[in-house]
Design a protein around this ligand. Structure first.
Ligand code: COA
Ligand code: AMP
Length: 634
């Protein structure tokens, strides 16, 4: 079936199309219905269906005689370790850890926070939760205690699962003190913490609440998979919004399994015999969908890499991985390839490795900039596919459907809408699609299976944040345009979310940290272009009257505060003092205008501006400080 037929079938007859796809997974109870409207004004998929996501990822393959096939390859250059787990071995570990969680009282519907480095136990913990019907919430290791505390208070987990340390390049980072501090900061107190001791740094355990992973597992019985409803939540994954409070994206079990299984074939062209490597982290949505769930549900081999694209030990790391594990499809972030290119512009390391197993290189997390696209295409010599998606959707909204019908690639475009996603470009409350013009990108409801069902404990925030702007559509928060051939070009965010090294961060959250400093009267944080990381956050500060403070010392203090409150992943490294910030007459800082100056775009000065001369002043200062992306054409 060609892409066009499939796309039309999926958008014109979504029930039929997705029920057909649903037949490809092993339900305990096959659903009779596809999509239904719910009482809370939204949609749900596959009501009546019952399944267990861990069963699909592991037991199903073992039952079908594929237990001896490799499910997971763990490759850790930072610890010089490689481990292979067959489906049977992984199932044994997961069933035992599920039993261990169960012995701590974790049952269907309970939340478990997982704060882990990239080690197999992170995957085991996620699947163990799924086995019990418990809801996991994985928190990325680069977030500080405060961020962890915010998530503890929102998710109210019964248990936290962690490890003694993470290893970032040559740094060994203690995790347990961060978890302890987070629990102290949070109002909600989990009843237990399970810790996996790593030999690189042992942690001491608190009497009564902390459990050693291995001891607990040794004392537990394996647990069987629990049948859950298709509509029951599998996980909550927090992502940055425009305010300081992260949004808990809720993913269901049924729609998620069906969509991910479909995507492995239709988008990535992956069969059960393939090796798939998503070079991300389990703390991000890419890690959830394409390190853990999708490849395993498909029955393919997945790869867990505890290392960096460069520096562990060199810019040949990705090529070594491909050769060693005979990787067929790699999914990485453009920033990783920019890092490799910077360290090894001629890709000299490539000649040392045989990467002939590689068929396709997929990129996401941020727009694949054309220079990186051309470099990667030329050096790697396989199709390089930009594809666009979000934590909220859980799988690609737009891609080149390599498994259905490989299409021409257009540099700068994430190709065409994936079957199921009815993508439109809209403008200012107008739901008429605009051809060729830039506007807000929205998806007509209902969204296909696998997308978020709500925001954890805050359905109103879900409605207000995603469904209000355009009646009958989901607002993606991205803008862009569609060309005459139907190719979608994503150009950036319409809100205050920025993208740093493929990581989604909220400038509003950083502003809260800066504003809490006693010297700061007002501030604004915007993302400015960075050749390696795509964007970097910059703070602009208005000081309180009469404050005399050394600007460099203030900058250092603020950098530390952001590190301690949000985490090193924010990459907050610059804060400059300004005399004025452009504002409206009602005193609102014109952040969009600042973003336009930074992007070297034509500035639209609103009629509501308080003092038009402040625009020229701030632009001059930003140019002097090198904060304007001169590489982009004005
Ligand atoms: N635990 C603890 N700290 C972490 C961390 C983790 N899991 N991940 C990152 N950090 C820290 C880093 O050590 C660094 O700290 P530092 O300021 O003390 O040096 C900081 O957070 C910033 O990390 P990062 O943005 O990763 O920068 P880097 O210079 O170490 O590496 C890249 C740059 C481009 C190589 C790296 O960002 C990368 O590989 N990005 C790909 C991102 C990705 O896969 N995104 C998923 C979307 S598909
Ligand atoms: P996250 O939720 O962390 O996956 O980040 C999602 C956001 O990253 C999107 O809303 C986009 O702004 C950006 N993004 C991800 N992939 C792409 C892509 N291929 N092209 C353009 N932007 C992307």
């Amino acid at each position: 079936m060609t892409y066009k037929n499939e796309y039309i079938a999926s958008t014109q007859h979504p029930d039929e199309f997705w029920l057909d796809q649903a037949r490809n997974i092993a339900w305990f109870q096959m659903p009779e219905k596809g999509c239904q409207k719910t009482d809370n004004g939204y949609y749900e998929w596959f009501r009546g269906g019952q399944l267990n996501t861990c069963y699909l990822a592991l037991d199903h393959h073992v039952k079908n005689g594929r237990g001896e096939k490799t499910a997971l390859i763990y490759d850790s250059p930072v610890t010089q370790t490689t481990q292979h787990f067959t489906f049977s071995e992984l199932l044994t570990q997961v069933a035992h850890f599920a039993g261990a969680l169960s012995s701590l009282g974790v049952a269907k519907g309970d939340r478990v926070i997982i704060y882990m480095p990239m080690i197999p136990q992170a995957v085991v913990a996620m699947l163990a939760c799924a086995r019990l019907g418990a809801i996991h919430s994985v928190v990325f290791g680069g977030f500080a205690s405060n961020e962890l505390a915010v998530r503890i208070d929102d998710a109210k987990p019964k248990v936290i699962v962690t490890a003694s340390c993470g290893i970032e390049g040559s740094k060994v980072l203690a995790y347990k003190p961060l978890v302890d501090e987070a629990v102290t900061l949070a109002s909600h107190k989990p009843s237990a913490c399970v810790l996996f001791q790593r030999p690189q740094l042992l942690a001491s355990l608190n009497e009564g609440t902390d459990y050693d992973w291995q001891e607990l597992v040794a004392a537990s019985q394996p647990a069987e998979p629990v049948a859950v409803d298709a509509t029951d939540p599998l996980y909550v994954l927090y992502t940055s919004g425009t305010t300081g409070k992260p949004k808990g994206v809720v993913r269901d079990n049924g729609g998620h399994a069906v969509a991910l299984h479909y995507s492995m074939g239709a988008i990535y062209g992956i069969s059960q015999d393939d090796v798939f490597w998503a070079a991300s982290d389990v703390g991000w949505v890419v890690g959830h969908s394409y390190i853990v769930y999708a490849p395993l549900i498909k029955g393919a081999t997945t790869v867990l890499y505890e290392g960096k694209p460069v520096g562990t030990p060199d810019a040949g790391a990705f090529w070594r991985m491909i050769e060693t594990h005979k990787i067929n499809v790699l999914f990485a972030a453009p920033t990783a390839f920019r890092a490799i290119r910077k360290a090894d512009p001629d890709a000299d390391y490539l000649s040392k490795y045989d990467i002939s197993s590689l068929r396709t290189l997929f990129m996401a997390g941020e727009r694949l900039d054309p220079p990186t696209y051309y470099w990667a295409s030329e050096k790697v010599g396989v199709p390089v596919i930009d594809h666009w998606w979000q934590t909220e959707t859980g799988w690609p909204i737009c891609s080149n459907p390599m498994g259905l019908e490989p299409m021409e690639t257009k540099p700068g475009s994430s190709s065409v809408p994936t079957p199921g996603f009815n993508v439109k470009v809209l403008k200012g409350g107008d739901v008429e699609q605009i051809k060729g013009e830039k506007g807000a990108i929205a998806i007509q409801l209902p969204l296909p299976p696998g997308c978020l069902t709500t925001i954890w404990q805050d359905h109103q925030r879900f409605i207000d944040g995603y469904l209000r702007e355009f009646e009958g559509y989901y607002s993606t928060g991205d803008n862009g345009y569609v060309d005459d051939d139907g190719y979608v070009f994503i150009m950036g965010r319409t809100d205050d979310v920025i993208n740093v090294a493929g990581h989604r961060l909220s400038t509003g959250e950083m502003e809260e940290v800066l504003a809490a400093h006693p010297a700061v009267a007002e501030c604004s944080v915007i993302g400015v272009h960075d050749a390696l990381k795509g964007q970097l956050p910059i703070g602009m500060l208005l000081l309180k009257d009469g404050v005399a403070i050394d600007e460099e010392a203030l900058e250092k203090e603020l950098i530390q505060r952001v590190r301690d409150t949000i985490g090193p992943v924010a990459c907050f490294k610059r804060a400059i003092v300004v005399n004025r910030l452009p504002k409206t007459r009602s005193g609102k800082i014109l952040r969009k205008l600042l973003r336009q100056i930074a992007a070297n775009e034509t500035v639209t000065v609103p009629s509501t501006i308080d003092d038009p001369s402040s625009v020229k002043e701030i632009e001059t200062l930003m140019r002097q400080k090198g904060l304007v992306d001169e590489s982009s054409i004005a």
